[in-house]
Design a protein around this ligand. Structure first.
Ligand SMILES: C[S@@+](CC[C@H](N)C(=O)[O-])C[C@H]1O[C@@H](n2cnc3c(N)ncnc32)[C@H](O)[C@@H]1O
Length: 467
């Protein structure tokens, strides 16, 4: 008699012995099995490789292209299992990806130990929940699913998954490897997604007709103005990406700028841009970790979309280092994605998909934690501006660029990588729009020994455009 073990969180998993007569008619049944296991129709259309369908007739559809997807999900009934099937191309979405993700929010966008919110989550959880398995219909359905999935282990994870990480979390060499995983994937691919501005952080949308390039230029300028940059001042841009901010600061505000990055591809691209702009005498790009930067004092420091890589264990060191690098009266602009605080912070877990495929070892902190740590380092926090809606708009443009250039993208990176970027950017757009994450510019000052901040007394004055 065939039998299968569904791996569970419990010590032994749950052994299911299916009835033999369900096996003979298994073809074309996956979606009915899914409905039985859910106890309800799925929240969006599902179509399986065996020709079966379930769920509402309209709207986007989740397509299970391959039996291997089922095997992955049965072995790994969580977001990582889903992510692997997605990256491998075994699961796809037809139609509007945002709408599909919205309907699947419970599965695709939630992590941690919150209670299940959607029927779709229930089926995944059911695989591990003995209570659900006491329902005979669900038991039968799951047993059939196990048979349909076929024997053997799930396929190996797609090669885009970050390999096992060596060394202590946020050790310098480990951070280099993590940064390389995300950023050293080809500058051509980033050009396709980000467009000519080559800025990989939230833009600033000042008007309805603005292009992505306009909005990124506006963001770079906003940062320079908040920092109060004047000709001849020294700016350090921590995590400079492809060099867009240091170039803007030198060109439009007369700054002497140093940009540091851990990505070799970014550094060489940024150096080429600097040389092409004729600014090599005023802009220096270094392949350097923030922990290795020791040539202060700087008049101003920007850190835009970089602190998400720092990690809570190292954040004090990061804040202390930036403080030490600034002159008294100098300003810091820390632009960083924030997650919402959890009532029980110990229950918080990083999203498995993001950790495995997108930003290995990346960590989001609540805004309050960031502000407190900056204050503890000695900074006076002067201003916090949320740009949450701006990030939703920015991400949608990046997704649009990728979708429009899809066939070109497939010539630049393997399909799995393009699929990772499409999913993570669309899911992140929704997360910002639905206020599950935010992004903030925190302006802070290292005050002088007498406590002077050097800041104009009213906000409008320090946002004035130069000239
Ligand atoms: C999301 S990108 C942002 C790039 C740029 N600021 C922008 O807005 O386009 C994050 C940057 O942080 C850099 N980074 C991450 N960890 C770093 C570290 N430990 N030291 C220096 N740079 C780091 C990466 O190399 C990358 O350039």
């Amino acid at each position: 008699m065939p039998s299968a073990v569904i791996p569970g969180t419990g010590a032994a998993g749950v052994r299911i012995v299916p009835e033999v007569n369900t096996v003979a008619h298994a073809a074309g049944r996956l979606c009915r099995i899914l409905e039985q296991a859910l106890g309800a129709p799925p929240p969006l259309r599902v179509r399986a490789w065996d020709g079966s369908t379930a769920g509402p007739p309209d709207g986007p559809a989740v397509v299970l292209r391959d039996r291997r997807a089922l095997r992955r999900l049965l072995w790994r009934p969580d977001r990582l299992g889903l992510a692997r099937a997605w990256v491998a191309g075994e699961i796809d979405v037809e139609g509007d990806l945002y709408e599909a993700l919205g309907r699947l929010t419970g599965i695709v966008l939630h992590t941690g130990k919150e209670p299940p919110r959607s029927p779709a989550v229930r089926v995944l959880r059911a695989l591990e929940a003995p209570a659900r398995l006491r329902d005979p219909a669900a038991r039968r359905a799951l047993a059939e699913a196990v048979l349909l999935a076929g024997p053997g282990l799930p396929p190996r994870p797609p090669r885009e998954e970050a390999r096992a990480r060596r060394g202590p979390l946020h050790a310098t060499h480990r951070d280099r490897a993590a940064v390389s995983h995300h950023y050293d994937v080809g500058n051509d691919f980033y050009e396709l997604v980000l467009g000519p501005s080559m800025v990989y952080s939230c833009a600033y949308w000042e008007g309805p007709g603005a292009s992505l390039e306009d909005a990124q230029r506006a963001k770079l300028d906003l940062v320079c103005r908040k920092l109060g940059l004047r000709p001849g001042q020294r700016l350090l841009d921590v995590g400079c990406g492809w060099g867009s901010l240091v170039l803007h600061a030198a060109e439009h505000h007369g700054a002497e700028a140093v940009g540091i990055t851990l990505s070799a591809e970014q550094a060489s691209y940024a150096r080429e841009r600097v040389a092409a702009a004729g600014l090599a005498h005023r802009v220096e790009i270094r392949l350097q970790d923030y922990r290795e930067t020791a040539d202060g004092p700087y008049d101003a420091i920007s850190s835009i979309g970089m602190a998400e890589h720092v990690g809570s264990a190292r954040y004090r060191e990061y804040a202390d280092r930036l403080y030490a690098l600034l002159r008294p009266g100098g300003r810091l602009l820390n632009h960083q994605i924030a997650r919402r605080p959890w009532k029980d912070e110990s229950a918080y877990r990083t999203d498995e998909f993001i950790d495995a495929y997108v930003f290995p070892d990346g960590e989001l902190a609540p805004l309050g934690t960031t502000v407190t740590l900056l204050e503890e380092a000695g900074f006076e926090v002067r201003d916090v501006e949320s740009l949450r809606e701006h990030y939703g708009l920015t991400l949608r443009r990046w997704v649009e660029n990728l979708e429009t250039g899809w066939s070109r993208a497939l010539g630049l990176v393997p399909p799995g990588r393009a699929r990772v970027w499409r999913l993570y950017m669309a899911a992140s757009a929704l997360a910002f729009e639905q206020n599950r994450i935010g992004v903030n510019q925190v302006l802070a000052v290292r005050t002088g020994p007498d406590g002077a901040s050097g800041m104009p007394p009213v906000r409008e004055r320090w946002l004035l455009r130069p000239g």
